[in-house]
Design a protein around this ligand. Structure first.
Ligand SMILES: [Zn+2]
Length: 70
């Protein structure tokens, strides 16, 4: 449980850091090797960082990213 809390705090810190870095986006990240996740709605691979937003839009059937427009 403690480990989980620590991980969560680390994640929150990373997210905050990410917000600060949105202008300097290509700091040390390589977009081409970005982790992708499977969208349960349209079945396409989406970048992990945009996955939540993608899935929200997909769920609401306004996804303009996925190959299969619903
Ligand atoms: Zn999708």
């Amino acid at each position: 449980m403690n480990q989980l809390m620590t991980d969560f705090e680390t994640l929150e810190r990373l997210i905050e850091k990410g917000k600060e870095q949105t202008i300097n986006d290509n700091d040390e990240e390589e977009d081409e090797t970005e982790m992708t996740v499977y969208c349960v709605t349209c079945g396409s691979d989406v970048q992990a960082r945009t996955a939540i937003r993608h899935m929200e839009r997909c769920y609401n059937k306004v996804c303009d990213v996925c190959p299969m427009k619903i």
